[in-house]
Design a protein around this ligand. Sequence first.
Ligand SMILES: C[S@@+](CC[C@H](N)C(=O)[O-])C[C@H]1O[C@@H](n2cnc3c(N)ncnc32)[C@H](O)[C@@H]1O
Length: 234
Amino acid sequence: MWHAHPCLITCTRDYRNELIAAECEALTGGRPNAWGIANGSTDQVLDGAFVKQGVQVLARADGLEQLVSRVAELGLHQDEFRIEWLAAGGPEDRRVATTAIADQIQGRPNLNDPEHRFLLVAEAGGMAFGSVVVEASRDYRKHDRKPCHTPSSLPLRLARCLVNLVPRDVESIADPCCGTGSILLEAAAIGLQARGGDWNPRMVAMSRQNPDRISTPSVTRFSSAVPTHVMGLT
Ligand SMILES: C[S@@+](CC[C@H](N)C(=O)[O-])C[C@H]1O[C@@H](n2cnc3c(N)ncnc32)[C@H](O)[C@@H]1O
């Protein structure tokens, strides 16, 4: 199967960021290494905030020469392709390596507007070549046009990352300090029922201007000592 598990997953590269690692693990089952590469499932890459691509590995080798002959054996035919490069500690030169691999593919490259992307990974212990089968849709960007933002609104990419940490068997979430509703928007975008409250009526009014598939937030004062359902959070 084309989307077989495990595939290579690529993430925004920042190995110090536990949040990115946690998102990758939640969405794909794999933890990224220092280069932002994990082995995992591609099924939920589409929703990713910092998870970027799912790649079906087509060939692996100890070095470039061996990889070139393995890719040649695949007999790939692909028009309008681009080979992307991920330097992960390997010694190879980007231009030399991508050109050598591109020469083994029958078809026209298109670097500016490719119909298909391949990924070439140069690691210290070897190289991998694969086909990008899914990319994160980055659909949280469309919420940049949400009606209201304040300096305290969570950036939408961060909000998407946070809701991606919600276990997949959970159906609804509540944000008791919803502000202008970034979390609510992103939760709804990945199919969660989202409820919100905020003690500031101005915030609630702004959050209510978001698309109406999100439950109308209410003015609610959250106290950590009182469960939100007791407070009538809707
Ligand atoms: C950082 S903003 C929230 C960001 C928001 N979760 C989002 O998705 O963009 C913090 C919000 O918490 C609200 N807040 C702070 N303390 C609260 C409390 N005890 N009960 C309810 N809301 C509270 C503030 O009015 C503010 O709108």
